[in-house]
Design a protein around this ligand. Structure first.
Ligand SMILES: Nc1ncnc2c1ncn2[C@@H]1O[C@H](COP(=O)(O)OP(=O)(O)OP(=O)(O)O)[C@@H](O)[C@H]1O
Length: 663
C-alpha cells in the first residue's frame, strides 16, 4: 500500500528548476548520487564504531553503478546506512538546509550561472531529475529488519509516493528512469568517464559490470563480473609527483562544489609531534555566504583516510573560513566529536600549521604578483613555515612542484583577484589572530590618494613616505568617491602626503587592532587633532595658534549654539578649500563606524564629534558678524556631516535653514 506525499514547497520549486533549466552540465547528477552513496557508507562506518552489528554480514562498503539499456534505467546502489521510511520522507521530501532559501533568492534565470549555483549549494539528490523523468529509491536502514524497507517513487513534479517493502540488503538503490534525451548515460564508457573525472578519489570502490567484445554479435556485451572503476585512493594520500594539475583541480571541484578552478593550493605531509596531511585550496571566487558569521571553514577532516566531518571549524581560524581542503590526521581518535576537537592539542597544532600554510601561500601569490610573475616557487613557500613541526611536501623530491602551479602571466594578477574576493575577510585576522598580525598586515592592500586600485601595501606606503613623515595616514569612508572628496584630505593633498583610503566595512574595526606597522604608527586623519609633526612648518603652526586666539569669542558662541551636537568647536589647519569638517577624539569610534553599527542594529556609543573650522574660509570669516548666526552655525555643522556621508539629525530643519538663506 503506497502513501502519497506532497513535496515541501521549496523542493517543488527546486525540482522545477532542475528539470527545466539545468542542462548545461548534466553529468554532475552522477557525481552527486555517487557522493551521496559514499556519504551513506561513511555514516555507516562512523555509527558502526559504537555498534559493529550495523555491518550485518556485509562489512565491505561499496557503490555499484549499473544500467539496463532496454529498460532505460541507471541504478546507483550502496550498502551504506540506508533510510527508514520516515527518513526517506523527511530527507527526500524536504530541504532542511538553511542555505536553500538564499539559493532560491539568488537565481538569475541564466542557465549557466544557475547551474553553477546549484553545484555550490549541493542540491544533490534532486539533480537526478536532470536526466530522469522518474526516480525510484529502494532502501533499508542498517539495523532495521528486512521487512522495514521502503520504496520511494517520484516523477519530480509536486509529489512522491512511499510504501513499505521487504529488502534483504541494507543501504539504498537509486534507480533513474532516464529521459529519451539522456540515452548517453546507458553507455559504459560514458559513465566510467564521469566517475573517473568526479569520483576517482572516493575512498570506496565504485564497481561496474565488465564489458567484453563479442565477435559473433559484433558488439560489446556486459558480463556478470564486476570491476572497480575508480582509483579509490584518497588523492591527498598520493605522492605529488603522481598527481597532475588537472587531478588537483578536479578534486577541488568535487570537494568544493565550485566549478571555477582554484587560484592555488598547497599539499604537504606534516611530521613531528602531530602528524597529518594537509591539502588546502584558495578558491578563485567568494561563496555566497562569505559574510555569514556562522559560516564554518570548508575543510574536511579525515582520520587515517576515514571521513569524519565536513566543515571542521576547529581546523582554521574564522578569518580563513573561505579556504577549502582536506586534513587527514594520523593521531586523532576516529570517534572525535566537534566538542572534542575544540579542546584537542593536536587540533590546535593543526590549526596553527594550516594558518601558517595559508599565509605562506598568500605571501607567495603576492610576491609573484610584484615580481612580474615569477613562476610558482613551491620550495620557498614550504620553507616559509620551516619552524617545527616540519612541513614537508608530500614528495620531498618534488619540492619545486609543491604548490598549485600557475603560468607566469596568470600569476601576475592572482593576488589581486584573491584580494578582491577575500581581502575584507582577511582583515578580520588583525583582531582575531594576534600571533600573525604582522604577517596579515603585510598582506593587506588599500586604495590611496595615489592609487584608485586597491593595490597599495603598507610596505609600499612606507617606502614612499615623505622625509620627516612619522605616521601612516589613513581615512575610512563609505566608498571611494566619498573618501576622495573628504575635506580631511585637503591639507594632506596640499602637502603631497599620501593617505590610504579604506572603504571596507570591517576596516575601522580591524585597524583598531593595528597600532603600528613595522615601527611606524598608523594614524586616522579623521581622529584627534592633525599633527603632521615635522611636515608642518613653524609659520603654519603659529598662524593656526594666532587664528585660534583671535577667534576665541566666535568659537565660544558656536560652542554654545551647537552644544547639543558638537563636543567642541575649534580652528584647524587641516582644511584648505572647505569651511568645516567633523573629527572625533583619538580613541573614539568614527562617525562612520557609529552609523554602521546603528544600521546593523547594534549598540553604538553616542560620540559627539568635534567641529573644526577653516579660519581662512570666507564663510567662517563672514560668520562673525552674521545676522542669522545660529542658523549659519547649524548649517555649517550639518554640511560637514553631509560631506562625510552622514545625515543631519533634523533634515527638514536643515532644508528650512538653507532655504531661508536662498530666498
Ligand atoms: N544513498 C543514500 N543513502 C542514505 N541516505 C541518503 C542517500 N542519498 C540521500 N540520502 C539522504 O537524503 C538527504 C538529502 O540528500 P541531498 O543529496 O539532497 O543533500 P545532502 O547530501 O544532504 O547535501 P549535499 O548534496 O550538499 O551533500 C541526505 O542528507 C541523506 O540524509
Amino acid at each position: 500500500m503506497s502513501t502519497h506525499h506532497a513535496f515541501q514547497a521549496e523542493v517543488a520549486q527546486l525540482l522545477h528548476l532542475v528539470t527545466h533549466s539545468l542542462y548545461s552540465n548534466k553529468d554532475i547528477f552522477l557525481r552527486e548520487l555517487v557522493s551521496n552513496a559514499s556519504d551513506a557508507c561513511d555514516r555507516l562506518r562512523f555509527e558502526a564504531l559504537d555498534n559493529a552489528e550495523l555491518f550485518e554480514d556485509a562489512p565491505n562498503l561499496e557503490v555499484r553503478v549499473a544500467f539496463d539499456a532496454e529498460a532505460k534505467t541507471l541504478t546507483i546502489t550502496d550498502n551504506g546506512i540506508g533510510m527508514s521510511e520516515a527518513e526517506a520522507i523527511e530527507h527526500l521530501g524536504t530541504i532542511a538546509k538553511s542555505g536553500t532559501k538564499a539559493f532560491m533568492s539568488r537565481l538569475s534565470g541564466d542557465q549557466q550561472k544557475d547551474a553553477q549555483l546549484i553545484g555550490q549549494f549541493g542540491v544533490g539528490f534532486y539533480s537526478g531529475f536532470i536526466v530522469a523523468d522518474r526516480i525510484t529509491v529502494e532502501s533499508r536502514r542498517a539495523g532495521l529488519p528486512p521487512e522495514q524497507g521502503v520504496r520511494w517513487v517520484s516523477a519530480g513534479a509536486g509529489e512522491f509516493e512511499t510504501e513499505a517493502i521487504s529488502r534483504a540488503e541494507r543501504g539504498s538503490a537509486i534507480t533513474l528512469h532516464l529521459r529519451d534525451d539522456a540515452a548517453d548515460y546507458l553507455k559504459r564508457w560514458k559513465l566510467k568517464g564521469i566517475i573517473g573525472k568526479y569520483s576517482d578519489h572516493i575512498s570506496l570502490p565504485i564497481l561496474m559490470r565488465k564489458e567484453e567484445w563479442d565477435a559473433e554479435k559484433g558488439e560489446s556485451v556486459l558480463q556478470d563480473e564486476w570491476e572497480q572503476v575508480n582509483a579509490a585512493s584518497a588523492l591527498w594520500t598520493r605522492p605529488k609527483k603522481d598527481l597532475s594539475e588537472q587531478q588537483y583541480t578536479d578534486f577541488y571541484e568535487t570537494i568544493s562544489h565550485d566549478s571555477q578552478a582554484p587560484l592555488c593550493w598547497s599539499h604537504n605531509r606534516v611530521e613531528g609531534a602531530t602528524e597529518y596531511t594537509q591539502l588546502l585550496y584558495i578558491p578563485a571566487k567568494a561563496p555566497h555566504d562569505l559574510w555569514n558569521r556562522d559560516k564554518k571553514p570548508g575543510v574536511k577532516l579525515y582520520v587515517r583516510r576515514v571521513f569524519i566531518m565536513d566543515e571542521a571549524e576547529a581546523l582554521l581560524p574564522s578569518y580563513l573560513r573561505w579556504v577549502k581542503g582536506v586534513i587527514d590526521s594520523a593521531d586523532l581518535p576516529l570517534n572525535v566529536s566537534r566538542e572534542l576537537l575544540q579542546e584537542s592539542r593536536d587540533v590546535k597544532a593543526i590549526r596553527e600549521g594550516n594558518t601558517r600554510r595559508v599565509l605562506a601561500l598568500l605571501e607567495d601569490l603576492a610576491k609573484q604578483g610584484t615580481q612580474e610573475a615569477a613562476p610558482a616557487d613551491g620550495a620557498s613557500a614550504d620553507g616559509a613555515a620551516a619552524a617545527a613541526p616540519v612541513e614537508a611536501p608530500v614528495d620531498a623530491a618534488q619540492a619545486e612542484a609543491a604548490e598549485g602551479a600557475s603560468t607566469p602571466s596568470e600569476a601576475k594578477d592572482k593576488y589581486a583577484r584573491f584580494y578582491a574576493e577575500f581581502g575584507a575577510v582577511l582583515k578580520e585576522g588583525l583582531g582575531e589572530d594576534f600571533g600573525n598580525r604582522e604577517r596579515i598586515a603585510r598582506l593587506l592592500r588599500f586604495a590611496s590618494t595615489a592609487s584608485d586600485a586597491v593595490a597599495v601595501s603598507l610596505a609600499d606606503y612606507k617606502a614612499r613616505m615623505k622625509e620627516g613623515q612619522q605616521a601612516i595616514y589613513y581615512l575610512t569612508a563609505d566608498n571611494l568617491a566619498a573618501a576622495k572628496s573628504s575635506p580631511q584630505l585637503e591639507l594632506f593633498r596640499k602637502k603631497g602626503i599620501e593617505v590610504l583610503l579604506m572603504t571596507d566595512r570591517v576596516d575601522e574595526w580591524a585597524l583598531s587592532f593595528l597600532h603600528e606597522f613595522d615601527g611606524t604608527a598608523l594614524q586616522s586623519v579623521a581622529k584627534g587633532a592633525v599633527d603632521l609633526g615635522q611636515l608642518q612648518d613653524e609659520a603654519e603652526k603659529q598662524a593656526a595658534e594666532a587664528a585660534a586666539e583671535q577667534h576665541k569669542p566666535l568659537l565660544e558662541r558656536l560652542k554654545a549654539v551647537l552644544a547639543d551636537k558638537a563636543a567642541d568647536v575649534r580652528m584647524t589647519t587641516r582644511l584648505v578649500d572647505s569651511p568645516a569638517c567633523l573629527v572625533v577624539g583619538e580613541g573614539d569610534y568614527s562617525n562612520q563606524l557609529a552609523r554602521m553599527l546603528k544600521a546593523a542594529g547594534q549598540q553604538a556609543p553616542e560620540v559627539k564629534p568635534i567641529l573644526e573650522l577653516n579660519p581662512a574660509h570666507a564663510l567662517v570669516q563672514k560668520l562673525e558678524g552674521a545676522a542669522q548666526f545660529d542658523d549659519l552655525a547649524h548649517i555649517l555643522f550639518d554640511q560637514a556631516l553631509l560631506a562625510e556621508g552622514g545625515l543631519p539629525q533634523d533634515p527638514a530643519g536643515y532644508v528650512r535653514r538653507v532655504n531661508a538663506l536662498l530666498v
